[in-house]
Ligand binder design. Structure first.
Ligand SMILES: [Fe+2]
Length: 189
């Protein structure tokens, strides 16, 4: 299984930087958020084949958990693209500075969408844990690559205005917190 998370060493390095520039604060906060995403995906992958086939309630709950994970992924990446990345482009005055990250969002989207579709539409009696695993394997690598690379992009912002970068991130946090209690797809089967 190749879905991974940030090592304690990387997180320590991020949390105790050489400089007080906001780029390091932002990179640290983002690494913690990405770690949460990766741990959630790991938990789905690890548990997928251990849900008892005869326990339809447990399967239904597990599929709901998968849907919640998918929605939090959408929530995170949509918010970045809508406001945060454009703000960084404005602050840096470098057109396309976040483009590689947006391209990486597109790279894992087809596989991610298939996983989300399965978690939404699968009937508990048809549940197949191996199918969940194979769907995850189809997008885990580009997703993991992206979640790591974005941190490096953010650390590299330490040459731009620290205060404005902090403000841009605070706006992102505020918009995420204002909208994170809304489930977009409730499907009880
Ligand atoms: Fe991110």
């Amino acid at each position: 299984m190749y879905v991974c998370q940030f090592s304690a060493e990387v997180l320590h390095h991020l949390m105790y930087p050489q400089s007080s520039h906001a780029a390091y604060y932002v990179a640290t906060q983002m690494a913690l958020a990405h770690n949460g995403i990766l741990r959630g995906l790991n938990s789905i992958y690890l548990q997928a084949t251990h849900i008892p086939r005869e326990d339809l309630d447990a399967i239904r709950d597990f599929l709901t958990y998968c849907q919640c994970w998918c929605e939090s992924m959408h929530h995170h990446h949509d918010a970045e693209e809508k406001d945060f990345f454009p703000s960084i482009e404005l602050i840096s005055d470098v057109k396309g500075i976040m483009e590689r990250n947006i391209e990486q969002h597109r790279a894992f989207t087809p596989g991610f969408d298939l996983f989300q579709e399965y978690s939404r539409t699968c009937l508990p009696r048809d549940y197949d844990g191996r199918k969940i695993r194979s769907l995850i394997e189809a997008f885990a690598e580009p997703l993991t690559q992206h979640l790591h690379d974005e941190i490096e992009t953010l650390r590299g912002l330490d040459v731009y205005d620290s205060g404005r970068i902090r403000q841009a991130y605070q706006r992102l946090e505020k918009s995420l917190m204002a909208t994170d209690n809304v489930r977009r797809t409730l499907s009880y089967k």
